[in-house]
Design a protein around this ligand. Sequence first.
Ligand code: 3EB
Length: 336
Amino acid sequence: MDYANLISGGHPQALPEDRPLMNSRVLGMVNFGPVFQKPVLEEGSPFLSLRMTSADEKGFVEQWTAGPAQASVSGDLVYAHDGEYLFCAAEIPASERCRNLTRETYLAAFELMDELGYPRLFRMWNYIPRINEDNADGLEIYRDFCAGRSEAFELYGRRRHLPMPAATGIGAQGGNIAFFFLSCRSGRVTFLENPRQMPAYTYPRQYGPRSPSFARATCVQHDALGVLNLYISGTASIIGHETVHRSDLMRQCDVTLENISLLIGRDNLIRHGIETPADLTLRDVDFIKVYVRHAEDIPAVRRRCREAFAPHANIQFLNADICRSDLLVEIEGIIT
Ligand code: 3EB
């Protein structure tokens, strides 16, 4: 099995065309554009379109490639796998309360991972329209989503060991809730926490009936290939469990960047038993997505991020609501 190829090509690429060329090595594609379309197989590959831009913005397509892949559909799940990696995308159908369908769709995804033999879940993305609005019971939609997701991890965890992966949980401009994830068969996965942030799954009750289910990052290693990838979760201006610098955009950017630096820094990696040939810094982060609550803040955030990250880093800026109403910016990325 040639997963060296996934390592070099298995990361999001912004493609020049609206529709990328298809090939059998495509594990999945996600369009960040103006229209929502639930996951389908398009020319043999999983394809999900998220509504993450306004009608006049072009957006971009993220493409995950691997070894020769087999693709299929099972209920709401659309997926492809190559022997080492599984990509799966799903829509959570609309409802007045999303908790139950979130739990059921997550459970179906966990079962699929298990059946196909890719149990090591390492990275998930969740896109949630109206994330800060209330559901029919007056519960914020994000909190309702977190409840269903947490129940799924708890229920499944009783049958099979299933640690929480790195994740993003962020707003979308329309459509239904959708998620996609990556899991693997034999890679060595290590889940990281941030020394100055409380683990999200232990956040106190004030943030909702059930805590968010995610780790701050996942390290995926294929020792025989000398491969180490670090998937950094959506990261924001949170210290302990509290939002800091409530209405100060630039300070929120700085705390977010500091949080990422600490997460990937030498001391934290050692603490988690990870050895890297060189110290990792913000300059090593690539395939970055920066979510900005207010569109008019994007230019200032762009300037700050351009300074902080390497000049060649692929950075996409998206206007999106963030899971806490007082957060103005959130940043995710990958180190390869
Ligand atoms: C935080 O640290 C900010 O619910 O999956 C970041 C990454 C956040 C993932 C999720 C939420 C999620 O709590 C928000």
